[in-house]
Write a protein that binds this ligand. Structure first.
Ligand SMILES: *Cc1c(COP(=O)(O)O)cnc(C)c1O
Length: 582
């Protein structure tokens, strides 16, 4: 194995790191490096020290990123700042939002029809609700027409009862009842499953066997999964957890922040291999001491999906390590044509995380989900736990179920999200579930191509083309490239444009942080520090989500303006260094 890390929790850093991880800012693992195997007492003290030193460094890197945003605001040239660091999209989906506003108005009418006095009304009634919906909706209004279409789709294609659906939607958007069932509303689960099937599963047919738990965004989903894996003793101190790197950096912190001495194993991907996982790296997953594999697919920062060949090989890996739990975050899946989730290949072993945040521009809504198959490895492993572990879990869950041993893992995750005891008031807010329904239905009502999804893909592709043209770099046309972000190797770019001697000078005279500070302070451009995601030295992450097409050309121009300036200094220095120069 190439690289193994021993990761330690640092009490005083926990709160701080948790806050940071929710700010979606890049930080490196604060892991101290060591050999494989669980540590002894003295080793731990040394490692603890090393980890704390690392932590200091990494917090420094975080401060530098914040610093760059400040520097860019008051850049020397007085340019409008261009922040290509942020992954938040600068587009939104309007259709689902109009539908939400309109349906809220309609549902309020339903409540007022029950009773109304001043600012008080009753609850929506199921009886006759379909007829009243049909009468209220005007097919000539585009928003009403969407709602009519969406409801028809659910009735005709998904076999739902129209009264039942409208009553669920009306109650849910009004939000006058606790989510019931708490994990996911009944019709919402069907709609979300149909959506996931359409955008993430390729040909695999899993909608009817998948259980969904809507959560407060994808990040909460990840949190809940790791919490429950640990609480249910499916991940224990000393267990190996493999992480596909480079990765969205706050995720590197989770095992260290949340757990006790998990051994983290890098499964690295590289630019040279189209950011796919090489065989030698995949092989690490065959080791039975590796209990879980965590990946973002398509990845962040590298923005590439795993190839079909790698998906096939992953299947072979799981044959050798059949208890492997795979956690895949597919938030960028809709940005790769013909994408197939690891869940669609290995439904038994995989927990899927999806978030609506990026495609639909809904980061502020906090809507994502956890999905897993009704037949899954976690439930199997629970049945195989030691008697002691089983007894512990029996007493833990006996407060919310009469049959704790049979309590499925997906329900445990739901219960754990509210410290078990508050299971009956768990679940995502019901208006948020309605909004997820509407977002999913904006896609599902189209039999073939969804124009919104096409548009979102076209937008990031155009920006990517503009950037690559400006940088005079060959565009990466790999079919697995999502173009949501791109990793640019600044060293390679310098060598190609200015030659090796200048690159050598650059490396000697400028740290990557100096360079990023200059880019921000002199030119008003913010990139993210690649090594902060465990990407190679000299790389930066450029987001294609947050600026307009022209801005990417301008970013390239400013980057070269800075490099030209450096080059002048380099020339002056080399001239004066020449023997006989003035
Ligand atoms: C942006 C992003 C998300 C979205 O998280 P939310 O909590 O849903 O906003 C999830 N995973 C990755 C890797 C991301 O980059």
């Amino acid at each position: 194995m190439k690289k193994q890390k021993k990761v330690f929790s640092l009490k005083k850093a926990i709160c701080f790191l948790l806050v940071l991880s929710f700010m979606l800012l890049p930080l490196s693992a604060f892991a101290g490096e060591t050999n494989a195997g669980s540590g002894t007492g003295t080793e731990k003290n040394d490692l603890q020290k090393a980890a704390e030193e690392e932590l200091q460094k990494e917090l420094g890197a975080f401060e530098i990123t914040a610093e760059q945003r400040k520097l860019a605001k008051q850049n020397e040239k007085g340019y409008p700042p261009l922040d290509a660091g942020r992954g938040n999209p600068n587009w939104i989906n309007t259709q689902a939002r109009y539908a939400f506003a309109r349906f809220m108005e309609y549902a309020l009418g339903e409540c007022e029809a029950t009773f109304q006095q001043e600012n008080m009304a009753g609850a929506a009634k199921k009886e006759g609700i379909s007829a009243r919906f049909d009468a209220a909706m005007d097919p000539d209004s585009p928003v009403d027409a969407f709602l009519i279409n969406a409801v028809n789709y659910c009735v005709e294609k998904l076999g739902m009862d129209k009264d039942d659906l409208l009553k669920e939607l009306a109650d849910a958007i009004i939000g006058d009842y606790y989510p019931e069932p708490s994990r996911c509303l009944v019709n919402t689960e069907i709609i979300l499953n149909t959506f996931l099937q359409s955008v993430l599963y390729g040909d695999a047919n899993l909608a009817s066997t998948t259980k969904v738990f809507p959560t407060e965004g994808g990040t909460a989903a990840i949190d809940y999964i790791f919490d429950s894996l640990e609480h249910n003793r499916l991940l224990k101190p000393g267990d190996g957890i493999a992480i596909a790197t480079p990765i969205f950096t706050p995720y590197l912190q989770i095992p260290s922040v949340k757990s006790y001495n998990l051994v983290s194993v890098d499964v690295s991907t590289s630019m040279e291999n189209d950011w796919d996982i090489e065989d030698s790296e995949l092989k690490k997953l065959e080791d039975p001491s590796v209990k879980a594999f965590f990946l973002v697919n398509p990845s962040n920062p590298a923005s590439h999906a795993l190839s079909d060949e790698t998906l096939d090989k992953l299947k072979e890996v799981v044959e050798k390590n059949p208890d492997l739990i795979i956690i895949t975050d597919d938030v960028y899946g809709t940005f790769v044509d013909g994408f197939r989730s690891v869940y669609s290949i290995l439904p038994h072993n995989t927990v899927l995380v999806y978030s609506f945040s990026k495609l639909y521009g809904v980061t502020g809504w906090r809507i994502g989900l956890i999905a897993m198959n009704e037949d899954n490895i976690m439930d199997e492993l629970l049945a195989k736990l030691s008697e002691e572990d089983k007894q512990f879990l029996y007493s833990e869950y006996s407060i919310v179920t009469e049959n704790p041993e049979e309590f499925p893992f997906v329900e445990r995750v739901t219960a754990d999200s509210r410290s078990i005891g508050l299971y009956h008031t768990s679940g995502l807010s019901t208006p948020s579930q309605v909004f997820m329904d509407f977002l999913a239905l904006t896609h599902l009502i189209y039999e073939s191509e969804d124009p919104y999804l096409e548009l979102a893909n076209d937008i990031v592709n155009e920006r990517y083309e503009a950037l690559m043209e400006g940088l005079e770099l060959q565009a990466d046309d790999c079919e697995n490239n999502s173009h949501y972000y791109t990793v640019v190797d600044i060293y390679a770019l310098i060598a190609a444009k200015y030659g090796q001697d200048f690159l050598d000078w650059f490396k000697e005279n400028k740290t990557e942080i100096d360079f990023l500070n200059d880019l921000a302070g002199k030119e008003g451009v913010v990139f993210m520090y690649g090594p902060g995601f465990e990407a190679p030295d000299g790389t930066v992450r450029i987001s294609l989500a947050n600026l307009n097409k022209e801005d990417y050309k301008e970013i390239a121009r400013r980057l070269y303006e800075l490099l030209d300036q450096y080059y002048e200094v380099f020339e002056e220095e080399t001239e004066t260094a020449l023997p006989g120069a003035a």
